[in-house]
Design a protein around this ligand. Sequence first.
Ligand SMILES: Nc1ncnc2c1ncn2[C@@H]1O[C@H](COP(=O)(O)OP(=O)(O)OP(=O)(O)O)[C@@H](O)[C@H]1O
Ligand SMILES: [Mg+2]
Length: 357
Amino acid sequence: MLRISSLKKLVTDSMAIDLGTASTIIAVKGRGVVLDEPSLVAINEISEEIVAFGQEAGDMAGREGRDVVVRAPLIGGVVGDFERTKKMLAHFVKKARTGGSNLSLQAVMSMVSDVTQVEQRALLNAAEESHIGKVFMMEEALAAAFGAGVLPTDKRASAIIDIGSATTNIAVVAKGNVITSTSERYGSSAINEVLATHLRRHRGLQVGEETIEFLKTTFASAYLPEDITKTIEVRGRDVQTGSPAAVEITTGEVYPIVESIVRRIAEMIRETLTELRPEVAADIYDRGVILTGGGALLEGIDKYLRNFINLPVTVSDEPRYATVHGLLKMFDDPKLLERVSRNEVSVLQNAEIPFEA
Ligand SMILES: Nc1ncnc2c1ncn2[C@@H]1O[C@H](COP(=O)(O)OP(=O)(O)OP(=O)(O)O)[C@@H](O)[C@H]1O
Ligand SMILES: [Mg+2]
């Protein structure tokens, strides 16, 4: 016999949404991560219509048809391109829903800690458009901490460093509260930029984003490789002649370029960790820091940081999924969700909706 409680479980989808600049990740309670796609849309320039979302748009990037451009609507702040962000989110939510669209839906979504009221309002509005019955917003740093295994009951402080594509967030949490959170608009994609610039200026080769991403994720590292003569062929377009071309690049050539960015991130982290109160500093001295976000997957970045800040550094399990895993955990603890959720009634009811066309 079906009891009411199990019926209720059947008709409610509980969804965790991490809307990142680089990727959108959605997990559903009971099913885990169900969607992980680039935060991209492909737009027909003539009709202004969106012709593809997510992975499909990503596959077009750099090889778009004549009238098509691929855009990352979240780049340049949360409300960079709000109308398209909204449509993209609605598309992803629909795709992630369990078995069609008849289930009611509650969602918890993350937002960066320095989000403005206007941006928060915009995100809530976007979620409402996706036909989500109830949306909770929580601070991304806290979600990442819970996802990385920090317990909301732990009275001692933990430091969580989320290295995303466009931002790095350094947060210290204790007892399920954020003690400090500093965010810089500087992340792993800065590595792509310097690599592309180097190839263009010093090797005369223009390369596309997919090629650079491949170079970064398979060949680059944050420590000086033992064999600095290992080579990889990089293909693109000759700057001088415009012709299709290729150059060979070595690990020894790539390393200092990558290191310049990793060092900047490390300096930022070291700087932030000098501003802690003594008790908090003592906890962090013991425990070190936890890395989350895709930037934590750069080969050797943990080792580099360990040397740089002289503290233990660990990379969380599945660092790209730390935030979404933390968000999902909130459904097991409604009291905690209520406490950490940052939906302000005033924001919900009184704010104007500046983005409606
Ligand atoms: N194996 C890897 N090695 C190095 N970098 C990687 C690897 N995998 C992913 N990345 C980088 O991680 C970044 C994406 O991280 P993540 O998915 O956490 O970003 P995001 O949450 O979408 O961005 P943000 O937090 O800035 O909004 C990209 O710059 C990507 O190149
Ligand atoms: Mg992120």
